[in-house]
Design a protein around this ligand. Structure first.
Ligand SMILES: Cc1cc2nc3c(=O)[nH]c(=O)nc-3n(C[C@H](O)[C@H](O)[C@H](O)COP(=O)(O)O)c2cc1C
Length: 318
């Protein structure tokens, strides 16, 4: 697999509760090369569950989509393959990073970091069924006393993974503390000339952060996560930064217009009531940091129609 298969180096990371087709569509319009779905249960997929199917819907014209699955072992992965392949993913990614107790206690997500043999079995199981590239997204290790990302990555690579994404935190860190960027360098040196695509995740909040992971740490590409929530502009900014050496931050009007466009897509896909509720966390992020937005935030928390959201946003003085 090459970067061209992904459309480029800048990808919207998997974000459970966020990276649905509406957010992926907005990110793509704003310059994301590709995106990852929210994590999808292999067991749910094997059972053809309705919730699982909804997570896998694409926006019209979404021609590149990395589908991320999670599961504790090769067994549900084997059983989900037929249904998974029907969605024709660009890449199949395996979640080895989720720290949530509900997931970890089943042996899935970051619990797999404690079982490197199992990631090899899971990758091999997928490869038995398809030539679609397999990728693995993992952490530094379970905690600071058990850092094993290189050994873990070796098991995935030996089994045939073509892409590796390191979130440079341990499971114990969750999403706090700083990502250990030095680990990116160790990863890129370890897999130098292997042909495996190496992506980084963790504390990518600016175009400078993203470009540095490529130029200074030797990675092939970057996944934007929290840095893209309410801020899909970061993809275009990063590309401008590479091309011209500078970039412009969006003004308040652009932020509000993009938020409304995002809401409209959500309404088209899910209906007005669901969309307005689901959009709240996005809206808060779109207007974060704008001075005088506290009244708007309170009103967004109550809004249940497009008109009410519009009225709420109009409380921001431009
Ligand atoms: C709300 C939220 C949901 C996430 N969901 C997923 C997920 O479904 N699968 C996954 O591999 N990582 C998930 N992550 C991790 C992100 O993809 C990313 O690796 C992590 O946030 C580190 O990047 P950042 O520090 O730039 O945000 C999630 C993170 C957040 C904050």
């Amino acid at each position: 697999m090459t970067i061209e298969n992904l459309g480029g180096r800048f990808i919207l990371a998997p974000l459970a509760g966020y990276t649905d087709k509406a957010f992926r569509e907005i990110a793509r319009e704003e310059g994301a090369d590709a995106a990852v779905t929210e994590m999808v249960s292999a067991e749910g997929l094997a059972r053809d569950g309705e919730k699982t199917k909804a997570l896998l819907e694409r926006f019209p014209g979404e021609d590149r989509l990395i589908i991320q699955i999670f599961g504790p072992s090769d067994d549900p992965v084997e059983r989900c393959m037929e249904n998974l392949l029907a969605y024709n993913p660009t890449v199949i990614d395996i979640n080895c990073g989720c720290p949530v107790p509900k997931v970890v206690k089943t042996g899935a997500g970051s619990a797999l970091m404690q079982n490197p043999e199992m990631i090899g079995r899971i990758v091999r199981t997928i490869k038995k069924h398809t030539d679609i590239p397999v990728s693995v997204k993992f952490r530094l290790g379970w905690d600071s006393t058990s850092i094993n990302f290189l050994e873990f990555a070796d098991k995935a690579a030996e089994a045939g993974a073509e892409m590796l994404t390191l979130h440079a935190r341990t499971r114990a860190q969750g999403y706090s503390g700083v990502a250990d960027k030095n680990a990116f360098r160790l990863l890129s040196e370890h897999f130098k000339d292997s042909g495996i695509l190496l992506f980084g995740s963790g504390d990518v909040f600016t175009p400078e952060d993203a470009v540095s992971l490529i130029n200074d740490y030797g990675l092939d590409g970057v996944m934007f996560a929290r840095g893209a929530i309410g801020n899909p502009f970061i993809f275009r900014e990063t590309k401008d930064f590479i091309e011209t050496g500078s970039y412009h931050l969006p003004d308040t009007i652009t932020r509000i217009e993009t938020a409304m466009k995002h809401l409209r897509l959500m309404i088209d896909y899910y209906g007005e009531n669901v969309a307005c509720r689901e959009m709240r966390k996005h809206l808060m992020a779109y207007i974060k940091g704008i001075s005088g937005s506290s009244k708007a935030k309170a009103a967004i928390g109550e809004a249940l129609t497009e008109k009410e959201v519009k009225e709420a946003l109009s409380l921001i003085r431009i």
